[in-house]
Design a protein around this ligand. Structure first.
Ligand code: SF4
Length: 363
């Protein structure tokens, strides 16, 4: 496949994995399509209004695909309303009941997410497959360390990478034996190394697009770091076509974290302003931590794809932040504002933020 550094959506350090293109409503994943962000609604499916509002807020934050749990027939109403009220493709998440999957397709689902292990017989899977085939709807096979087949778990003794891989291969064989190839795969574990290895194995063994994620990470810093390390490692190695950051937190945080991961690995250009800042040290004479927080707050909602540097001292400031479009370098009770490494002016500490924002408005 072509060197992905020529990919208009970003620059990989490695060549992106070659895989099939799968259409999910109006979004295509796989091939050289952008890596898209997805999240999952977490409000009671009977509360349609709140779910629509949540979906719209996620769409605004940069979510490309939305997933919704379909635990019962009544939840299918929500699926229809989401289709009417948002522009995102809707994925129906189904467990245990194949009939719900069939009905979700009829209700307009753009993709079905199932774990074949809990759907039951091959006959039941076949009914889902036939329905999806008729409407050209893809299926994501979500292999998860918490729901592996009993015999595979017994064989490996634990839900390790090999076990996840074997389960995924078994699912591929099952769907291909039913003449179904419109697949997306995920092999998630809550352990980063297990997930990364399982994804690498399945990436080498098939040509289906991969949905990346580290499952059940919990919340807080560790959850974000686990997702970033796991998903980021795979993306930097050219693996992955859509990502979902799984946090025990709001889906809004999931989407923002997913965008941060994509931006950090050079796969998201339309990010808005990035504020870089020095870590502060004994030379720092102005409150860089507060200034950085305030500047970020003032720039929230700004759509300019610029780099803003907040540096503690003039000695290293402009030099260290040459790559920045604009920034400040602190002095004693003052700062200089610089643009592309060139000094613009000196300002008092009290007017640093206003002056900087004013300059940013002119860019
Ligand atoms: S930019 Fe200056 S103040 Fe900030 S960490 Fe570096 S040396 Fe210290």
């Amino acid at each position: 496949m072509e060197d992905a550094s020529s990919n208009k959506f970003g620059s990989f350090t490695k060549v992106r994995r070659n895989c099939k293109v799968v259409g999910i409503g109006n979004v295509k994943i796989g091939g050289n399509n952008p890596i898209c962000v997805q999240s999952m609604l977490n409000i009671d499916t009977k509360d349609i209004g709140s779910n629509i509002n949540e979906a719209l807020s996620l769409q605004k934050l940069g979510c490309n695909i939305i997933r919704v749990a379909i635990p019962d027939k009544e939840s299918l109403n929500l699926l229809e309303k989401l289709k009417e009220n948002t522009n995102m493709p809707v994925v129906a998440d189904i467990h245990f009941d194949y009939k719900l999957a069939v009905e979700a397709v009829a209700a307009g689902a753009d993709k079905i997410r199932i774990n074949p292990g809990n759907i039951g017989s091959k006959q039941n899977i076949k009914k889902i497959v036939v329905t999806c085939q008729k409407k050209n709807i893809p299926i994501r096979v979500g292999i998860n360390s918490g729901s592996l087949e009993k015999d595979i778990l017994e064989k490996y003794g634990s839900p390790n990478s090999e076990a996840l891989f074997e389960s995924a291969l078994r699912s591929i064989e099952l769907f291909e034996s039913l003449d179904f190839y419109n697949l997306v795969l995920s092999v998630k574990s809550s352990d980063v190394m297990t997930s990364v290895k399982a994804y690498e194995m399945i990436a080498n063994a098939c040509e289906y697009p991969l949905h990346l994620g580290i499952t059940e990470t919990g919340n807080g810093n560790l959850a974000v770091v686990k997702s970033a390390v796991g998903i980021g490692t795979l993306l930097l190695n050219g693996i992955g076509d859509t990502i979902r950051v799984t946090l025990t937190d709001t889906p809004q945080k999931e989407v923002l974290c997913a965008r941060d991961i994509l931006y950090s690995v050079g796969l998201l250009k339309d990010y808005g302003p990035e504020v870089i800042a020095c870590p502060t040290c004994g030379r720092t004479k102005i409150d860089i931590i507060k200034i950085t927080k305030d500047v970020k707050k003032r720039l929230s909602g700004c759509k300019k794809n610029i780099k803003v540097a907040i540096m503690g001292c003039a000695v290293n400031g402009p030099g260290e932040a040459k790559e920045a479009d604009i920034g400040i370098a602190g002095g004693d009770g003052c700062a200089i504002i610089f643009k592309k490494g060139e000094i613009l002016k000196k300002v008092d500490e009290g007017s640093i933020i206003e002056s900087l924002i004013k300059e940013i408005e002119t860019i």
